[in-house]
Design a protein. Structure first.
Lengths: 461, 461
């Protein structure tokens, strides 16, 4: 009987007294949380991390706040530097891109030609931008990595009276547009869709658009950017759209990102329908022993849809990294999946969602009811009370909560969390309306907005 | 066979073509929500409400904000006036105290002597203060009703440079002390206990005390008030305690309230161990047909303790009133109980709790672990991030969540709601740490504070 290569390698390693070696590709949330957990659990494990950029463990979610001048300097966004990781015993190789992986030989190749062996491999390569294939797009900026964020901020600082165009009106596009307005730029937000914030239903998205426009952002929907027009120095001067030209000294692409899976796919890992790497519930690459996946390049089990999706969020990356770091050191942790929770604050409006939107429920062919209530962030008589909208989607007949969306003033957003709990536990709106949620005049009306929404929705079920 | 009196009355009513009549004793949250729901569901129901005070449907929770000058005028705290209730078809009798109820005869007697018949009766008499039995206490103020709140505020307005003593350092005492400080009074908060905010564990309560002291409130614990000392006009000039005299132009009692059950008890209703009226899960007075109870005078099923407790909170009163209004008009609603959630904001510190504190778990003889984490209300690099503490209590072995306490800066408090959901559904901390709660830099670190706390607690289970 032929031995599995792993067994042979393990035997060889023991003979050579080489320590077991984990190679991590990607030095942000997924990769570094896995590395840190693994090192803590198994100090003798040899861990080498390959990061093609100049930063480890940074908050990509914080980039718009640096661009807008709220968070300075750029390095504030770094939770843990390569030096600190090295002090903890991790061999961190910065500016080192892995270009090929040979799973059978347990070796990987870096861009500068060197080869490295590994026993365990973690793919935590994150995601990459997907700029539209139009002329001049290479002159546009991005804000995906700290390096690109730093360049963008420098460009804004150098030319603070100019104009800006953000291509893509998703939540990152909105956040960047707000950042530009904060910096005093005349800012236009352009999207081909007929609404901003595509993961909200259009009724909720309308309030987001109003808030953006209230801040001075020009929102151009159903508009396609066809070309970035350059000046004599090959810098943007405008974008040409199917509805005319828009002046733009700064052009930023925020049309979404795709899982960065080039090397993993070439190495033979399975790519799921979502376009991200397929994993089992232990974050093991599908069908592979000793190969792990975490973060934005990984699929995640969606607990409501019952299938794998790709959700790119630091909080999932962090958890998945912990699952990997535990499992590859003899532990047994399951990543229990996601329910599609997201939150942001744009132009003083807090926005949150979890589960399925009405549109998504429709696309799934579900029979559902939906209801929106308008209420307040505090008792209405309290100074500082602001309006708040809660929209719920529930299964017709059973009343099972399918999704929730919230927009509103300060403190509105985090009210999505009890709704995420309801989705997680499969609660129906009939029960939800009775839950003992907190009440006091400075934080809600007599009935918490979540309860008010559940009650209104329960009537339709 | 003798007919039950109800049956005979019903027959007599039909013969006389008298409409079925509901009498409600008490015109605040419990009584009026029941009356409103019942009228909507059964417009021909004759509903008469007896309120001994001058206001209906008001927010007692908002009183400290009026005393402190944040909410003006007093009437702002009234959600619905007697006139508005009358427009909706309710017969509301103001300034009318019910002094006796004859359940067999289905008649009640008012203080001014008139008698009224009823078919269904709702006891929603709320609660009353329990001032300590000391000399001069009648010169102290209270802030339980809108009337007393109005008098207190007038007294403060008339004598704004004086000093104040609040007896009782529970959350209402703390809120009133803050109100006095806002009004410029030199304020001392006195309690016999060795900590403020008795429903928190002492480690969490210490932060509340620090916040109160930071605002200028003098906190005197383990101190017993023995007398309110009066001036020549029989107005307070000081309180004498077992630790000396404290000057006080204004003295307010906030030593807690008891269910107001005098009339109900005399009528033969069952009083539970908690001191409130015993009810079944439909808010029916124990063992009584056609007699209902809602609000602060009612017991509530505590889902964790598995027994009846008395929790006085507008949100429960509102829900229980709805249960009563539905059930007495042919509906079938169950009040599913409470888990002990409470929230407040004192001196810029948000404070919340749900379930059992460590002390309460100990008193129940439970085997538990407890852990506190210190984290932030936003990503640490965000402007406006404030410290936040989450304490969890979980059953040893199973990890089942037993309780949670939160103190911290703005937005800290409402984070208790996902924890209330976890208690409600019986979730353990091992699962809780993985839930898909919302994350974005303006509202939390990469892992929500609830998840961080669950993770830390799970390690001890």
């Amino acid at each position: 009987m032929l031995e599995h290569p792993d067994v042979l390698l393990g035997a060889a390693r023991r003979l050579a007294q080489m320590p077991r070696r984990l190679a991590v590709i990607g030095g942000d949330a997924g990769g570094m949380s896995a590395a840190a957990v693994a090192k803590r659990r198994e100090p003798e494990l040899d861990i080498v991390v390959f990061e093609r950029g100049a930063y480890t463990s940074y908050s990509a979610c914080g980039i718009p706040f640096h661009v807008g001048g709220e968070v300075d300097p750029l390095e504030t966004l770094v939770a843990r530097s390569p030096e600190k990781h090295r002090v903890n015993g991790l061999d961190v190789r910065m500016g080192t891109e892995v270009v090929a992986v040979d799973l059978d030989a347990r070796r990987l190749t870096c861009a500068h030609g060197s080869e490295e062996r590994f026993d365990e491999l973690l793919i935590a390569t994150g995601a990459r931008e997907t700029p539209p294939p139009i002329a001049g797009i290479e002159a546009a900026q991005a804000a995906r990595t700290l390096e690109s964020a730093g360049r963008l901020r420098s460009a804004v600082d150098a030319d603070p009276d100019g104009s800006a165009v953000v291509i893509g009106a998703g939540y990152i596009g909105l956040e960047l547009a707000e950042a530009f307005v904060r910096q005093g730029l005349h800012t236009t937000l352009i999207d081909v869709a007929d609404q901003v914030f595509g993961s909200l239903d259009s009724d909720m998205a309308e309030r987001v658009q109003q808030a953006a426009e209230g801040l001075g952002i020009v929102v151009q929907l159903q508009t396609r950017v066809e070309e970035v027009l350059l000046d004599g120095d090959d810098r943007p001067r405008a974008v040409r759209t199917d509805r005319g030209e828009v002046p733009a000294r700064h052009v930023v692409v925020a049309t979404g990102v795709k899982p960065e899976i080039t090397v993993a796919e070439a190495a033979g890992l399975t790519v799921g329908k979502s376009g991200a790497l397929a994993v089992d519930d232990h974050q093991r690459a599908a069908g592979q022993d000793g190969v792990w996946v975490a973060g934005d390049c990984s699929e995640s089990h969606h607990r409501l849809l019952g299938r794998a999706v790709n959700v790119q969020l630091g909080t999932h990356a962090n958890k998945q990294g912990r699952v990997v770091g535990t499992n590859l050191t003899g532990g047994d942790l399951v990543f229990p999946g996601v329910v599609g929770t997201a939150i942001t604050r744009i132009c003083a409006l807090e926005i949150a969602r979890t589960g399925l939107s009405e549109r998504e429920a429709q696309a799934e062919g579900l029979d559902f009811v939906a209801e929106t209530v308008e209420t307040d962030t505090r008792a209405r008589y309290m100074p500082g009370a602001e309006r708040l909208w809660v929209k719920l989607v529930a299964e017709r007949g059973t009343g099972k909560l399918l999704g929730a969306q919230i927009t509103g003033g300060e403190t509105a957003g985090k009210r999505i969390d009890p709704l995420a709990m309801a989705l997680w536990t499969g609660m129906d709106v009939e029960e939800l309306q009775w839950v003992d949620l907190s009440y006091a005049p400075p934080v809600s009306g007599t009935l918490d907005p979540v309860l008010v929404a559940a009650r209104a929705t329960a009537k339709l079920v």
